[in-house]
Design a binder for this molecule. Sequence first.
Ligand SMILES: [Zn+2]
Ligand SMILES: [Zn+2]
Ligand SMILES: [Zn+2]
Ligand SMILES: [Zn+2]
Ligand SMILES: [Zn+2]
Ligand SMILES: [Zn+2]
Ligand SMILES: [Zn+2]
Ligand SMILES: [Zn+2]
Length: 356
Amino acid sequence: MDQIHHFLHRHHLMLTGEEEVKDGVVCSGCHKGLPGPIYGCSDCKFYLHKSCADLPQEIQNFFHPCPLFLTIRSYSYKCNACFEDGSGFSYRCTRCDFDMHVKCAQRPTIKSEGEELIHHFTHWHPLTLVEQKKDIEVLCRICEKLCSGSSNYSAYGCEKCNFFLHNSCMINIPRQISHFFHPSCPLILLTYGRYRCRGCAEESSGLAFSCGKCDFQLDVKCALLPTVESKGANKIQHFAHQHPLALRENMEFGSEVWCRACGDNCLGPCFGCGRCFFFLHTSCASEIPQEIHYPFHPLHPLYLSPLLPDPAHPTFWCPACCGRHDRFLLVYRCAKSITTLNYFRGPEYRQSHFQG
Ligand SMILES: [Zn+2]
Ligand SMILES: [Zn+2]
Ligand SMILES: [Zn+2]
Ligand SMILES: [Zn+2]
Ligand SMILES: [Zn+2]
Ligand SMILES: [Zn+2]
Ligand SMILES: [Zn+2]
Ligand SMILES: [Zn+2]
């Protein structure tokens, strides 16, 4: 065929033999010149090597859960597999803002020789079985516990990157989660050179649960925090707040600390986010319902909103208190209408309005 229609260009492309290609013509995909026959649209100065034109439009790679589409990027990008710069061709997932060099996407996966050497989506390089007797002290990138030496659990690692994982952690880590820290989008496990965790606000590198569309990254530690039901945890995730809550020790925030659920002073044990000055009694944290049915709003349930009430927001008016709302307290919202409700002070008052 001398003329083709290609998904990367809107006009037909004509085949030109190697000997007829003009000097200075480079492939719009791989940015390299000759040799080889080339498909071209001379009006647009758009050219593709025959071999580049034959690349599949859509591929699946072990390192990314979504399909990747061959794209020509107009700006340089960083390959999310090898972390080197790229330009022109990229196998790309737009939703995750994930790019991969063609050569990285084409890298052959190693033939597994027994269970010693494996490919896993948490790391770009092959992982080798860690010898238990080896005298190295390394931490698992998922659970942050010791991977070697005294540990009885088998582990895999890439020594060059100092990246190690317990076999069990590797098997159990989900590739995609939904998390109320970022409720609007699914979060996908990806690898980053450097990022700031939106949970704990600390700098991190390596694995992150990520939403590319919103540029939102959560480190594994924050994403998999225990909930208030797990007894004895000193850091939890709670649906009432979009950051981790730490058990408050030794009154480091003073005594002027108030519970966002009941409004009372937090003198006893409480969970808190120091950045937002958000605190909950430990008892309130375990008792406050996530969902309520309000008799005067019978059509939909109301959900506890992890967003702090915005004092300037005109729709924030509590119909149950007839406007006596308290902007400091947590609110329940209806997802389908603008109804917003305070969580009331005093259990008797609460009882009379809600059926939990
Ligand atoms: Zn090319
Ligand atoms: Zn054209
Ligand atoms: Zn690459
Ligand atoms: Zn993706
Ligand atoms: Zn590595
Ligand atoms: Zn998002
Ligand atoms: Zn309280
Ligand atoms: Zn916070």
